[in-house]
Structure formats: structure tokens, C-alpha cells
Ligand binder design. Structure first.
Ligand code: SF4
Length: 529
């Protein structure tokens, strides 16, 4: 659905800010691809673009691909921006550029919804999800696009039901240039982990789109040149288990119809390992990766952060169960917890070696506003909000330097090339081998797909195998994959593994932030073209 009852015509420039370089930006993988330059198309701005009155003209610029130009700003009547905390500096910079052209700038999305005070220069703040605040903002802009004398805040009280969400305007994004396509099925999470702002922002009772909406979105993505993998960006795919079970048969049918050319990925709590009926259907639907917030292998720490649900099965057993359905586990890990000890980095490395998880995002604990963690640390006077030289706003129980040293050590060891590729080797031999065997369909054998694979292989062999700094490890792994005829395992593992190795080297030498949410506002280092 779109907003109704607006007759004026406006020209809207939607600008998505650059990401500050982080684990999840994968910029070291892009030179190995066939032209991909960014991670995922932004859902929020594309949904908003689809919700605008049909007669409004929209330009969408993702600054991870290309910068908004003078001509874009001269064309526009209003600028919309959205993003996460990690993009805060860049969002404020887009606002500054809009003001140079005397354009009103409006901001929405997760960061401003949690921390409106981060954005004092914007003319309009949209706090909360798509809803009555969106309608009020658009009606206001339909009346008047001059800059207001002071900041105006619109806060959503009535949200648009997700079953009424429009299909994101994927046609505005060049989705071929993204590593993954993104899709949102639900919003909210029933759990209340101490550090997490999702239940506070989006509620504990997950709201859902219908399976028909999801299939229509997937069809539209295919029309727009879908990437190989579609990532369900929901914070917890099994937040509503019955709904997940209802959706999966539709995904299976869609995959059969389309020759299984698309891989699916999602985020879910580790207790999914207790649900074989869900895992089996996910396997049939070609889910290949699940991001699980394991956070820490220490049961006492899990209890303290109210993440007991991670212990419903022993963690290593849970990971192996998921692997046995052909799905690789990607894990979030937090260091700097109150339970950390001097030996935490070593214990973490042992866990990583045992679990065989290749990709773990290892971050220092950061207290986000509107979380139980923030409230507790505020009570304990352990929030440090006035020191932007630190990588965390938490006054750790261990000395700060010790915690950062421990993090660097964990990064260095976890992504030491031989160690990382040993984990990928395991995934190829045991996890990927459990995936659904599908006959090679005509969709897979297109010249476009073959050409893509050849370009990536050429880039990998030249840039990693010839020019790279870990050639011996690479060739040992690559020759093994070639002997098995496993080009998919080779390309997928090296694309991601190369980014992890290069990023971790920078991190362990102090050139990268130790937290995705760090207050150290490093200049955005992911270049726009
Ligand atoms: S399970 Fe995940 S999304 Fe849900 S509250 Fe915990 S960390 Fe947040």
C-alpha cells in the first residue's frame, strides 16, 4: 500500500550513507567479484520509496556505490536519509550537503529512532517504524518543502501492519552490484537479551508479512537481477515458529519453480537446533547460512545477559546439528563482558577451533541506549560517554587496555589464514556436503552465471593465488576444492575468507574499531566510486 490522499507532486532524493569499514562491509571481497561494490540494498529507504504517493518522483542513491551529486541535490525538493548508528557521521554529512542546497533533510530508520539526539541538524526526524508519523511527514512535505525554523519530530504511534507493507522499490537499486539481496519477513523478537535494542524498538511480539508478500518480493527481485543469495534480515527468523513453518513450504515451491538458483540466509536464535521440523524444511528451501548470536561460550555470562535460550542445547552440539542440515553457522561474539577473565581470548579461540565456525563477528561490548544493559551500567555509573578515544562506552571490570589487547589477540588468532581455511575445509567436507542435491537446472547453466564464475575464479587465482600474502594456505585449500570439482565451495569460502584475513590484520594492528557501534568516529573508509 501507499500513503493516500496527497495530490501535490514532489521530487525526493533518498540517500543511503556509506558504511564505516567493519567486519560486515566485506570491502576486501569486492575486488574478487564480478563487479559487486556493496553488501545489501537498504530495506528501509526502498520501502519508504514504495510507500510515497505514486506521482512523486524518486531518486535513490546508495553512497556505498556512488556519491549523490550536485545535480541530484539541485534536482531534489527534499532529501530522505536512513541508517544505523555506525553510519551516524555520514548521515549528518548528507544533511550538511542537503543544507548547502537549502533543501530540507529528513531522517528515519533505526539509529534516529533509538537516539534522536544524535541528529540535531536534520529538519525532520521520523522516529519509529512506517506508520502515522510517515503519513504526517509526507502530508507536511506535500504542503511545504521550505526548511522549517526549527527541528520537527514525527513519532509513530500506529504502525502500518507488515501485511500492508509495499514491496520495496528494488527497481530503484542496482541490485546486481550488491553481494546479497535483503528481504524482511518479520519485525521484533520475543527475547530480551540485556544488550539488545530490538525488543525495545520493534516489540516482543513479532509482526509478519504474509507468505504471498514474500513470494511476490522474491519474484520482483528476480526481475531486478537478484544476487545469488537472499538474506532474511529479520532479527530472529524463528521469533514466531509457527509463522516460519507456514512460510517455508512457499519458499520450497518458489525454489523448485526457479531452478534453485538462489541461496537463502537468515538470523535466528541458536535454539533453532531443537527444531528439526524447521531445519529440515530450511534445508529443502536451500537455506545455506544462519547467523546465530552465540555471544559467548561461557554459560554464566549467557545467564547474566539473559540469553539462557542459547543453552537449550549445548552450544557445540547446536552448531553441529545446524551443520548437519547443510547450513553454515555465522556467529556474533562479544568481548568485554563482566564475566571476562584474563584467559577469555584463549577460551574463545578454543571454542572457535572446536565449533569450526569460519565467520564470527567479534566485537567489544557496547551499551546501546534503550537497553537493559544501558540502564544497569548507568545505575552502576559505568557508562563512559565523553571519551571518543575509546572503542566502547562501557567501563569494563578488567582494565580497558587488557580487554582491547585480548580482542586484538582473538582477532589475530581466529583469522590466521591456516586456521580459518581449516575451518572452511571442515564446512566444505561436512556442512556443504549435507545440502540438498539439486539437478543442474537450465537457470544455473546460463552463460551469465558461467561468465560470473569464470571472472571470480580469475580474480581469486590472480589476486590471492599469485599476488596474495598467504599463497601456500590458499593453494592447499583451492587444489583440494578443484580436485572435488567444488567451485562453489572454493569461490564462496575465498571471497569471505579473504576479507576476514585482511580485515583482521588491520584490526589486530589497531587500525580498526573494536566495536560495530564504537564512538570512535573514524572517517568512513569504504570508498564510494
Ligand atoms: S534473541 Fe537476538 S534479536 Fe532477540 S533480543 Fe536477543 S539478541 Fe536481540
Amino acid at each position: 500500500m501507499r500513503v493516500e490522499g496527497i495530490e501535490a507532486v514532489r521530487r525526493v532524493l533518498c540517500v543511503f550513507p556509506r558504511y564505516t569499514s567493519s567486519f560486515g562491509t566485506f570491502e576486501h571481497a569486492y575486488p574478487l567479484t564480478d563487479g559487486q561494490k556493496a553488501f545489501m540494498p537498504p530495506q528501509g529507504l526502498l520501502v519508504l520509496a514504495a510507500y510515497l504517493p505514486a506521482q512523486w518522483q524518486v531518486r535513490f542513491v546508495d553512497e556505498n556505490l556512488t556519491s549523490a551529486t550536485r545535480e541530484d541535490f539541485e534536482w531534489a525538493e527534499v532529501v530522505f536519509v536512513s541508517g544505523m548508528h555506525i553510519q551516524r557521521q555520514q548521515m549528518n554529512d548528507i544533511c550538511r550537503r542537503a543544507h548547502e542546497f537549502d533543501l530540507p533533510a529528513a531522517i528515519g530508520g533505526p539509529s534516529v529512532s533509538a537516539c534522536p539526539e544524535y541528529y540535531p541538524s536534520f529538519d525532520y526526524l521520523h522516529v519509529g517504524e512506517l506508520g502515522d508519523a510517515t503519513d504526517a511527514l509526507l502530508r507536511h512535505l506535500a504542503e511545504d518543502v521550505t526548511r522549517p525554523g526549527r527541528q520537527v519530530v514525527f513519532t509513530t504511534k500506529d504502525r502500518v501492519a507488515m501485511s500492508d507493507f509495499p514491496i520495496p522499490a528494488y527497481e530503484l537499486a542496482d541490485i546486481r552490484r550488491y553481494m546479497l539481496s535483503s528481504l524482511q519477513y518479520s519485525s521484533g523478537c520475543p527475547y530480551q537479551c540485556e544488550f539488545c535494542d530490538i525488543p525495545g524498538l520493534y516489540g516482543r511480539n513479532p509482526r509478519l508479512k504474509t507468505p504471498q508478500q514474500i513470494i511476490a518480493e522474491l519474484d520482483k527481485m528476480r526481475e531486478c537481477g537478484i544476487a545469488d543469495t537472499v538474506y532474511f534480515v529479520d532479527d530472529n527468523f524463528i521469533g514466531n515458529r509457527k509463522a516460519a513453518l507456514d512460510l517455508l513450504p512457499h519458499l520450497i515451491e518458489w525454489q523448485k519453480r526457479n531452478g534453485y538458483v538462489t541461496r537463502l540466509a537468515c538470523e535466528a536464535t541458536l535454539n533453532i537446533a531443537k527444531r528439526p521440523e524447521i531445519l529440515e524444511k530450511m534445508r529443502e528451501a536451500a537455506f545455506t547460512t544462519i547467523f546465530c548470536g552465540i555471544e559467548t561460550p561461557d554459560p554464566d555470562a549467557l545467564k547474566a545477559m539473559h540469553k539462557d535460550h542459547n543453552m537449550m542445547v549445548p552450544i557445540l552440539e547446536g552448531v553441529k546439528t545446524i551443520n548437519s542440515y547443510g547450513m553454515e553457522v555465522v556467529s556474533g561474539i562479544i568481548m568485554g563482558l563482566d564475566s571476562d577473565k584474563p584467559g577469555t581470548a584463549d577460551a574463545l579461540i578454543s571454542f572457535i577451533d572446536e565449533s569450526k565456525i569460519p565467520l564470527l563477528t567479534i566485537n567489544l561490548l557496547q551499551a546501546l541506549p534503550k537497553t537493559p544493559l544501558w540502564d544497569r551500567l548507568e545505575r552502576e555509573k559505568r557508562l563512559i560517554l565523553d571519551d571518543d578515544t575509546r572503542d566502547s562506552n562501557v567501563d569494563f571490570l578488567l582494565p580497558y587496555e587488557d580487554v582491547v589487547r585480548s580482542w586484538k589477540r582473538a582477532m589475530e588468532l581466529a583469522y590466521e589464514p591456516a586456521r580459518l581455511f581449516a575451518r572452511y575445509q571442515y564446512q566444505c567436507d561436512y556442512t556443504y556436503a549435507n545440502r540438498l542435491k539439486v539437478p543442474i537446472s537450465p537457470e544455473m547453466k546460463t552463460w551469465k552465471n558461467i561468465r560470473r564464475a569464470l571472472i571470480m575464479l580469475r580474480n581469486i587465482f590472480w589476486q590471492v593465488g599469485v599476488l596474495g600474502s598467504y599463497k601456500r594456505v590458499f593453494w592447499k585449500f583451492a587444489l583440494g576444492r578443484l580436485r572435488h570439482g567444488d567451485l562453489e565451495g572454493l569461490i564462496g569460502s575465498v571471497l569471505i575468507g579473504h576479507h576476514l584475513i585482511i580485515f583482521a590484520r588491520a584490526a589486530s594492528s589497531g587500525e580498526q574499531n573494536a566495536s560495530n557501534y564504537s564512538l570512535r568516529l573514524r572517517e568512513a573508509s569504504v570508498p564510494a566510486e
